[in-house]
Design a protein around this ligand. Sequence first.
Ligand SMILES: NC(=O)c1ccc[n+]([C@@H]2O[C@H](COP(=O)([O-])OP(=O)(O)OC[C@H]3O[C@@H](n4cnc5c(N)ncnc54)[C@H](OP(=O)(O)O)[C@@H]3O)[C@@H](O)[C@H]2O)c1
Length: 230
Amino acid sequence: MSDASRPIAILGGTGPAGMGVALRWARAGETIIIGSRDTLRAQETAGKIKQKAGNQASVSGMENSAACAATDLLVLTVPFEGQAPLLKQLKPAIRPGSILIDATVALAASVGGRASRTLGVWQGSSAQQAAELVPKGVSVVAAFHNLSAELLNGDNPLDCDVIVCSDDANAAQLTRALAAKIPGIRAIDGGKLENARILEQITALLVGLNIRHKGHGGIRITGLPPEAYK
Ligand SMILES: NC(=O)c1ccc[n+]([C@@H]2O[C@H](COP(=O)([O-])OP(=O)(O)OC[C@H]3O[C@@H](n4cnc5c(N)ncnc54)[C@H](OP(=O)(O)O)[C@@H]3O)[C@@H](O)[C@H]2O)c1
């Protein structure tokens, strides 16, 4: 289980997606480390989150490799074009046995295309690419692709389910528990990491819907037995 003694480091946590989950988990009492390529930017962002979350919140900022060295619970929220270079750079800093929760989506916007389209990734998805790049023994979990960063950075409960995919059942369970700490969210076991390819496609669909209808769409899965929802 996550607890205050196991900080959550958010690599690329200075962007809207990372800041949003950081804010919600800080409010839930988790210890947060904002990771960035730039220590000062990480510290400034941590200060902003603390201001919103309240003085009791535990949020600090570090350069990404220092953040990896400080904990074994990592969340990756960088644009797709930065994912592989960053993971290669961080490989020596990632602690053995770490969990890496990947929210990266291979949007075509990464190469100048539309954010409502995805790129083909040889491994099948960004999360599967991450699994190839992390040190041996590090578990990769795919989650949080379908949450609106704008809504995460607000104060209201979200109206969305988070589908969690991983080949490591314990890492997936911990991630579902973290997701359920965000008000309004139900976490659902989405099976193996290979299903991340579907989660990432849904993000592109949601981006298109948001543009078309001027909203902040999310997803709800209906009809499963109550125990399927965390
Ligand atoms: N925004 C959403 O609503 C949303 C929702 C679900 C999933 N996602 C996914 O989550 C990821 C992050 O989204 P975002 O909107 O927060 O992205 P973003 O603002 O473009 O980037 C997040 C952070 O990543 C770091 N970064 C940028 N380019 C990088 C590079 N080439 N190498 C290493 N680090 C780099 C930057 O931090 P520093 O400059 O401080 O290092 C930046 O603040 C994306 O893959 C996105 O598809 C986004």
